[in-house]
Design a protein around this ligand. Structure first.
Ligand code: OOG
Ligand code: MG
Length: 258
């Protein structure tokens, strides 16, 4: 079967719009490779931009062992974040319209300067304006939340929504020594260290820059970067109050409505 990348992008985009799970793309298109999957991801973003969404940042995914093991995919990936995916701190997330959303605890950066290419930790640090506690709501568009590396990349790495807590300047913070405590509806409590995120959240940012550089792209001042989850992700239920506490940084929360 010849690959029609625009129609694959339409397929994942439509599933996201309808909140309706679909079979993995690789089931019908076993020849799809990783670079082509990133092209499908960009084509699906073009569809969002055409509807008026705008790019506000990027996310890294599968940067922690806990996540790799939970999903059975063992390579870091990146996706795109739009303004339509932002949820205000303390706001309600509506389950209606999503497939089977899960939440995961993260560290986020907002960038004060552009950054691209192969950068060291000091250069990565210098580009960061503020650090935030963050939660990502991921919602794989694939049946049973099961996917291969290639499928999840084509599906914009399951990006659905994200919430940022109050930011602070990075000076004086040990970014690798933060403890993330997530409570989901009093049902599940998960703890993880920020060092679980690619060994160091700054290295996740560096890896994102290196991966984007392969396409001649970079990050811009003002953008948000989600560094990746420190723990496994937890399915959301209507009525949940979800809170992430990071001592030394801040807290962030949201509630879940049907
Ligand atoms: C893929 C996205 C993973 C993270 O932080 O590890 C991710 C998924 O698990 O659906 O965003
Ligand atoms: Mg994530």
């Amino acid at each position: 079967m010849t690959l029609d990348l625009a129609s694959l992008a339409q397929t994942v985009d439509q599933a996201a719009l309808e909140g309706c799970p679909i079979p993995m793309l690789t089931a019908d298109h076993p020849s799809l490779d990783i670079e082509t999957a990133y092209t499908v991801q960009r084509l699906s973003m073009d569809r969002r931009y055409a509807r008026g969404e705008s790019l506000v940042g990027m996310k890294m995914g599968l940067t922690s062992k806990a996540k790799m093991e939970q999903m059975g995919v063992h390579e870091p990936i990146y996706g795109h974040l739009t303004g339509a995916m932002t949820l205000a701190d303390g706001a309600a997330f509506q389950l209606a319209g999503s497939c089977h959303p899960r939440v995961e605890p993260e560290i986020a950066f907002t960038l004060g300067t552009d950054i691209s290419g192969h950068v060291d930790r000091n250069q990565a640090l210098a580009a960061i304006a503020t650090v935030h506690p963050a939660m990502e709501i991921i919602d794989s568009r694939f049946t049973d939340f099961k996917f291969t590396l290639i499928d999840v990349v084509a599906d914009n790495t399951s990006a659905c929504a994200y919430v940022l807590g109050p930011g602070q300047a990075v000076a004086g913070l040990d970014l690798a020594a933060l403890e993330l405590s997530l409570d989901v509806g009093g049902r599940e409590q998960l703890k993880g260290m920020s060092s679980a995120i690619y060994g160091h959240p700054l290295d996740s940012l560096r890896q994102l820059c290196a991966m984007l550089d392969r396409r001649g792209e970079g990050l811009q001042a003002g953008q948000t970067v989600l560094a990746g989850a420190a723990t496994a992700a937890v399915f959301l239920q209507a009525g949940d109050k979800v809170q992430l506490d990071i001592p030394g940084l801040a807290s962030v929360g949201f509630s879940v409505e049907a």
